[in-house]
Ligand binder design. Structure first.
Ligand code: ARG
Length: 463
């Protein structure tokens, strides 16, 4: 009467609403490759302990591979009456190969099956993300190399602070992303253990070989506690936390790109291919890519919160609540991937308005600290130097002149220790050049830092 694989103890068929309410196949079907891979490993192990004979194993392997081809060519009909990806595939297997299909679930439960599938899925997803993240990092570092000496105002409180180079700014972005890369790598290491064999929650009475399935699936080892294995979703939360933080970084970058491409700043042009127009204002070229990345950051952060809340009330071991983990996880993976891809494509295309960045740095008296440092070198205590330069800047503001355009006589009126050599340090170039130490913005340092970053990146890909 019922097509349910668990229908034996049920006298009535499932309420239609319940069927719609509880199905997950509409979204977990994307796990099909990982589910089939897990089943192939499980079947090979069952054969090795003589639960399946040669023929049965061959039939299962052929059946599962046929199903894989059907799914990939769109010839597979998913059925919500069969709840999820696991039972859809298993039911079809039995339809195709007969009784051998019914033996596949020996010593296994959907609880360890789904826990295995999502680890396999997330491992692949992290690898995909790392690849694009790496491409974006390369784009930033190449930009840094090219623009190692391009001056722009550096800000604190969004007020002009000191001159920096555009290359230095790109390397700051790269430093943020390099930590994200490491975090995702850490998460990948921790998730790479195999829950298969934990069965429903307590393990199984069959003499299974968990080392064999773990190795077959590329895991580092089998998991150590069956109760934990079927209920643990820490790895997803960890991934989503790393993803949320990475999106926060991309969002901060977005915020700067949006400001920089505004008319008020006019530091960069994001390129026509990466902007959109307005349906009413013909002059508009909007930085929608950056705005959407900033907007999508909210989804990924919300997904993290969703996963945390999903787990907080769950007693051991598996509970159906866990089915709610997938859409949040998938959404985070998709959002992070597309955001990184679009940035990696956009960043090499941006063009710079170097004069306008330079003007902005001049306008903001960005070399005032250099003047104070100059006075300190002439034996004036820093606090006094700060006060003197404050008065000098106030004079420059009132008289609408740049610091470097104030005459020596006038400067000496603020402090008689000032000499002709002051002009070398009042220029933007002088200020940049002076910051010549590890982590500083001197063009020579930025070039060096970009070369080191490039080397690190080429190492990251070759392992
Ligand atoms: N679709 C389920 C999930 O995503 C699979 C595991 C179901 N297990 C169960 N005992 N009902 O979690």
């Amino acid at each position: 009467m019922s097509k349910k694989l668990w229908g034996g103890r049920f006298g009535q068929s499932t309420n239609e609403l319940v069927e719609q309410f509880s199905e997950s196949v509409s979204f977990d079907q994307r796990l099909y490759r990982h589910d089939i891979r897990g089943s192939l490993a499980h079947a090979a192990m069952l054969h090795s302990i003589s639960i399946l004979d040669d023929q049965e194993l061959a039939d299962i392997q052929k059946g599962l591979k046929g199903i894989l081809t059907d799914i990939e060519s769109g010839d597979f009909e998913w059925d919500i009456a069969l709840e999820d990806v696991h039972m859809n595939i298993e039911a079809r297997l039995t339809e195709r190969i007969g009784d051998a299909g019914k033996k596949l679930h020996t010593g296994r439960s959907r609880n360890d099956q789904v826990a295995t599938d999502i680890r396999l899925y997330l491992r692949d997803a992290i690898d995909d993300i790392l690849l694009v993240l790496h491409a974006l990092q390369i784009a930033l570092v190449e930009l840094a190399e090219r623009e190692a000496a391009t001056v722009m105002p550096g800000f604190t409180h969004m007020q002009t602070a000191q001159p920096v180079t555009f290359g230095h700014h790109m390397l700051a972005w790269n430093a943020m992303l390099a930590r994200d890369y490491e975090r995702l790598g850490d998460c990948r290491k921790r998730l790479n253990i195999c829950p298969l064999g934990s069965a429903a929650l307590a393990g199984t009475s069959f003499p299974i070989d968990r080392e064999m399935t773990a190795a077959d699936l590329g895991f580092d080892s089998p998991s150590q506690n069956s109760l934990d294995s079927v209920s643990d979703r820490d790895f997803m939360i960890e991934f989503n936390a790393a993803a949320a933080l990475m999106m926060v970084h991309l969002s901060r970058m977005a915020e700067e790109l949006i400001l920089w491409s505004s008319d008020a700043f006019k530091f960069v042009d994001l390129g026509d291919a990466f902007c959109t127009g307005s349906s009413i204002m013909p002059q508009k070229k909007n930085p929608d890519v950056a705005e959407l990345v900033r907007g999508k950051t909210s989804r990924v952060n919300a997904n993290l919160f969703g996963l945390l809340m999903l787990m907080k009330g769950q007693p051991l071991a598996y509970n159906r609540d866990n089915q709610e983990d997938k859409e949040l996880l998938f959404d985070s993976v998709d959002t992070v991937l597309i955001s990184l891809e679009v940035y990696a494509a956009m960043m090499p295309q941006i063009s710079l308005f170097r004069d306008s960045m330079c003007d902005a740095a001049e306008r903001g008296y960005a070399t005032a600290t250099d003047l104070a440092d100059y006075l300190v070198r002439k034996n004036i205590p820093f606090r006094d130097a700060h006060e003197i330069v404050g008065r000098t800047v106030s004079y420059a503001v009132d008289n609408k002149v740049k610091l470097a355009d104030i005459s020596l006589g006038t400067l000496q009126g603020f402090c008689d220790k000032i000499d002709e050599d002051v002009y070398a340090i009042l220029t933007l170039e002088g200020s940049l050049k002076a910051r010549n130490h590890v982590g500083g913005t001197a063009p020579a340092q930025v070039k060096k830092a970009a070369a080191i970053a490039k080397k690190v990146l080429s190492g990251a890909r070759s392992d």
